[in-house]
Design a protein around this ligand. Structure first.
Ligand SMILES: Cc1cc2nc3c(=O)[nH]c(=O)nc-3n(C[C@H](O)[C@H](O)[C@H](O)COP(=O)(O)OP(=O)(O)OC[C@H]3O[C@@H](n4cnc5c(N)ncnc54)[C@H](O)[C@@H]3O)c2cc1C
Ligand code: FES
Length: 483
């Protein structure tokens, strides 16, 4: 497929920063230079807290680079779920906070005069199949004074059963936004935190001593305490950016399984969908080809410019985790579990964590608390544990093994190499790439992702290239390569 560079990075260059080469001390260390980490470091720095941010690769090189960047309080059909799992009051507090989060983006962009294609516009939830989910979400918006109305009229190239239009939402380009905030933050790039012990973070070439440490690494990088791997899974989605399609005046999100999301950016139209749990087969077809085919069916003149994919951490109760990393670590904080709504969730989480560090009250403290317990999440948590057990036992004995000669060009298989389980890929040119097929995070069996030519972990979503390089965490190291 065409240009796999995320669209936003083709519009703006974010200045680079040095690697950390000697030991330092600071009041707050923020680990991770995506939307969550940058906003947290920005808020703290604006409050004169001596803050340092370290990023393993470069700023905005993680999932934030590949977002569709809708800034919404419309988070799919989440509020009816939150209401069911918690209460109307919890769902209302969260919904009202996400509305304010849009205003907060607006304020930051206005105050800092950031040119990032920020525009206020409506966002629609729609269904092609049923009216139930949309009606339920509408009833919730009524109870919580959210400005939303039912309609069957949209600009979409097909008719919908029912839609819910949320007014005054927003969209932007995250690259220039993050680039502008970086000017106020002390940053080190190419500085991976390898481990954290108490108040010290150990990087490749240096140590950082900090009174407080914020983990904004997308997936938390410390397994114990916290055990976030029992409470989240990762889900991938795919995006195509086409030209020669009409510019939409609103954003759209489908509540049906396999439905499409739409937004425009300048003369591009972004279509996204084909979501699936990382490490599990999405569909029989290539997701990009499927999305492009749909785009061409709707707009026959459309042609592909960019395609990219990303994944996010899905919490079992539709609320993000932001606050203390674990009760036993009073100086550690975490931001994660944004369930694909990480723009408004990042700003809410960043504000909350900054407030906790600054000693301010915040109405979301209990709602987003990472150690919250809810009976309704027991089943999903057991489900996650079941997935891990399945992944681990598969690693031990259940898969069929092949010999090298069974592997055709462009294919990958699991092969035994001595007592090691190897993932072997034969390139289109015939070259063989053999890597360990056990995930370095917690040892689950990796699966081959034929569409993206990567080894993906079905347990918690780590991903590796066919040459073994780490692409996505929670794993922190690359795969062992057999040559
Ligand atoms: C296809 C798709 C579309 C989406 N569209 C939207 C949308 O329209 N609106 C919306 O609100 N949300 C959307 N989301 C969700 C949103 O993009 C994410 O929730 C958000 O970008 C996550 O930001 P983050 O800062 O947590 O993670 P990241 O951007 O991944 O940042 C984490 C950073 O931490 C760094 N890091 C990791 N480990 C270490 C370490 N050990 N040391 C140092 N640094 C480390 C990584 O390199 C990375 O740069 C979408 C998600 C997907 C999958
Ligand atoms: S075992 Fe956890 S991501 Fe692979």
């Amino acid at each position: 497929m065409s240009n796999q560079k995320p669209l936003w990075s083709t519009t703006t260059t974010i200045s680079s920063h040095d690697k950390l080469l000697s030991d330092i001390e600071c009041d707050v260390l923020v680990i991770g230079g995506g939307m969550a980490g940058i906003l947290t470091a920005y808020f703290l720095s604006q409050n004169n807290v001596n803050t340092v941010l370290v990023e393993a690769a470069s700023i905005c090189s993680g999932q934030t680079a590949k977002t569709t960047a809708k800034i919404t309080s419309q988070h799919g059909a989440c509020y009816q779920q939150i209401e069911k799992k918690f209460s109307t009051s919890v769902a209302r507090t969260y919904a009202n906070a996400t509305e304010k989060a849009i205003d907060e983006f607006d304020r930051l962009i206005f105050d800092n005069r950031i040119e990032c294609d920020f525009v206020r516009l409506p966002s629609y939830l729609y269904s092609l199949k049923s009216t139930d989910t949309i009606n339920k979400e509408f009833e919730f918006t009524r109870r919580c004074s959210i400005n939303a109305e039912l309609t069957t009229r949209t600009e979409l190239p097909f008719s919908v059963k029912l839609a819910l239009r949320y007014q005054n939402q927003a969209q932007f380009n995250p690259y220039p936004f993050i680039s502008a905030l970086c000017d106020y933050i002390s940053i080190f790039e190419n500085t991976r935190v390898k481990r954290v012990e108490g108040n010290i973070a150990f990087c490749d070439n240096a140590k950082i001593k900090a009174k407080k440490i914020v983990f904004a690494t997308h997936y938390p990088i410390v397994n114990f305490p916290g055990m976030y791997f029992t409470r989240m899974h990762q889900s991938r989605s795919y995006v195509v950016a086409v030209k020669n399609a009409p510019a939409l005046k609103s954003m759209y999100y489908c509540v049906d399984k396999g439905g499409l999301s739409f937004r425009s950016f300048r003369d591009y139209l972004l279509l996204s969908g084909c979501s699936h749990r990382t490490g599990e087969k999405c569909t029989e077809h290539d997701p990009y080809e499927h999305l492009l085919k749909q785009a061409r069916e709707f707009y026959p003149q459309a042609f592909l410019c960019n395609n990219f994919s990303a994944q996010d951490c899905m919490s079992p109760d539709h609320l993000p985790y932001a606050g203390l990393y674990a009760e036993s670590r009073p100086d550690w904080y975490v931001l994660t579990g944004f369930s694909k709504w990480g723009m408004t969730d990042s700003i809410l989480g960043a504000k909350l964590v900054s407030d906790l560090i600054l000693g301010n009250k915040n109405p979301l403290e209990k709602i987003m608390c990472p150690s919250r317990f809810n009976l309704s999440t027991v089943k999903p948590v057991l489900n996650e544990v079941g997935h891990s057990i399945k992944g681990l036992s598969k690693s031990a004995f259940r898969i069929p093994f092949y010999s090298l000669t069974d592997i055709k060009r462009g294919e990958a298989k699991i092969v035994m190499y001595g007592s090691h389980r190897c993932g072997v890929y034969r390139s289109d040119e015939g070259e063989i790439f053999a890597v360990s097929a056990s995930c370095p995070h917690l040892g689950c069996a990796l699966s081959w992702n034929a569409n993206e030519k990567s080894w993906d972990c079905p347990c918690h979503g780590s991903r590796f290239s066919y040459t073994g390089e780490l692409i996505d965490n929670p794993a922190q190291i690359s795969l062992k390569r057999y040559t």
